[in-house]
Write a protein that binds this ligand. Sequence first.
Ligand code: C2E
Ligand code: CA
Ligand code: CA
Length: 754
Amino acid sequence: MEWLGLQLFAELPASGQIILDCRHNPFLVMLAYLVACAACFATLDMAERQSHSEGLNARRQWRILGACCLASGIWAMHFISLLAFQAPLEVHYDMPLTALSLIIALLAAWLAMNSLDRTVMQWRHYLQAALAIGLGITVMHYVGMAALQTSALQYYQTPLLVASLGIAVVTSLVALLMARHFRSGSGTLHLVMKYGASLMMAAGIVLTHFTGMAALSLVIPDNLPLQLPSANNSLQLGLTIAFITLLISGSSISAALADKKLQSKEHDLRRVNVLLSQLDQARASLQQAAHYDALTNLINRRGFNQVFAERLAEQTASEGMLAVMFLDIDHFKRINDSLGHAAGDELLKVIAGHIKAATRSQDVVARFGGDEFCIVTSLHNRDEARHLAQRIMQRMKEPIDLGGRRMVMTTSIGISIFPDDGRSAEELLKNADLALYQSKGGGRNNLNFFNSSLKTRATLELQLEEELRVALLEERGLCVHYQPIFDLHSARVAKLEALVRWQHPQHGLLGPDRFIGIAEANGLIAELDLWVLRRACEDVAELNRLGYGHLKVTVNCSAVTLGREELASEVEMALFQAGVAARQLELEVTENALMGDIHRTINLLKRIRAQGVALSIDDFGTGYSSLAYLKRLPLDVLKIDRSFIQDVPGSQQDREIVQAIIIMAHTLHLQVVTEGVETDEQHAFLAAQGCDFLQGYLLSRPVPLTDLPPVLERLDNLDSDFSPERGTALPGSPDRFADAPGCRAGASVARRGH
Ligand code: C2E
Ligand code: CA
Ligand code: CA
């Protein structure tokens, strides 16, 4: 087959002269190989750049540059190798064919770079590309050979020709795989491997060429004379081409290197940017965590301070009005103590939801920790603040299901108004706190606005604490009043509750609600309780001497007092010193006082009870103890809290509750005292329900020991249909102590007349 003057797949002619003296200039061959190596290395670099470039244009540029490197490499290798070919012939190069071979090389190289740009390369793609590129290189080689013009004819042996094609295809395949592999990676090993790959690829290309050359036989037809080569300038030409090709490869490599640096800088810049934005996010979430309460999702104190300062500045500028509200959940501690902290947390979440629902979206709602919430709202008049507070209190009364129980929480609220009650955040918060204190003191479930008298009260409180300390130390001013507890079965007073009072030199007779809290907060309560216990025992001894030996005295015991192991021995000592029998003493403990370490408390109570002292559970129904709990306690008496009897007989629900408590107490073999009985109807109802004892203003207010005999006289001589003297039972009188005589030291009691 003749193609472009080449005799392909043809047998050697029968006649003609075969030129055997063909050699290659080893220097030029080495040069050709070197050029191929450099070009291959540059191509691998370009392939790498191509895959790392992000813009389409940049990819195309690298593809073009890569194709140029590869094509120039292959072509220059081929051409320099041809220049290295030395035969005893005059050689010329056909320019168009030479150019065509270069174009074919470019096409094959372009194809190679193109296939490397695929995102996914399957084997099929590799094979197709390798075949096309190998074919291209082979065609380039033979077109290049055709450009070689001599007087001889070129005959090619089929096996070697096919082998050259095969080598070209395999070389292309290996080159593609390696280029693909070296697209990513860095470091010295990567570079060394790339060098190795370039050497191998170049070797493949050189091998293709020389296999093709090995297939060649130059035959001079018989009729043509042998033209010997004239002056040989192949070396010069070869060096020039090599120089140009190396220049192309070298500059491409430099460009790739520069681009790599630039890209890595860009990369670094981008990484820094990403890091910065991540840092920003982290800082934002830290700030969020620092300013928000994770449990309720409300802002915390820190967050509040910030927002509050902003709101204050706004209102100061616009001469507007603000309300600051402090909220405290009533008896929240009992929930934590009785149902545990998890339930407490759950409850706080619900309460936070209630508060949020009662406020407007522009109001600031914060949780200050524990059960303390704070709200800031802008308004036009004080009434708006009152309405908001009432809305919250109303919401709060919605029953909450918690730990299998349904409970109703209440809240105490204190309000201060900007600018009337202060202009600084600190002052407003302090004054709202004072107002809250007032609400809690006033029986809770209450709201109060700050007023200047509260300030005086806060100072007073501090002073009271100091004075109470002195009063306890010097046993001066404190006294005990006694409130009779009427036995409904025997129709006589059976017990007296000892209730502490303080005859203050300036403030007159103070009730326990004015100073028990102070005593509890300042570690004075145990001492106070002990003092009352001793005094009550002494007074019982006095009553015994007066002929009231059937009376018992009940003494209140705070949670702190109940937490002291010494209590059992102190009780024993108080009884012993006063010479009173243990059966004449009863200790009253509240439900929440029992909640601490139940095993220890049970032990202590058992020890006290073993002496013969009776135990009663006070304010029953206001805590959250379960019946199972109650059953385990060594109790004798249950006192139904005043709040249950207040609305009896009007409220059917309360009637049913009282009824149920009495039945339950009797089932547990506990006697029942109902406190706060103020009306005949309440008495009648309780008597009908089988209540054992009554206590309340209906019978008598708490009175000093000296005033007790006439009261006892009157109560013990009531008619069977029970109609107590109205004069002593004035429910809701503004000051319960106003008409009660103070503490008279050493007061003597008139002896009982019978
Ligand atoms: P408490 O143990 O529930 O005592 C009953 C309180 O209810 C007494 O108030 C009593 O005066 C009042 N009360 C009795 N009947 C009626 C009534 O018909 N209507 C109304 N509205 N109230 C009635 P007081 O004396 O002000 O005592 C208040 C609380 O102070 C006591 O509640 C008790 O928890 C505590 N307390 C009193 N004395 C002591 C004490 O010596 N030690 C301790 N730790 N706490 C004491
Ligand atoms: Ca009591
Ligand atoms: Ca009580």
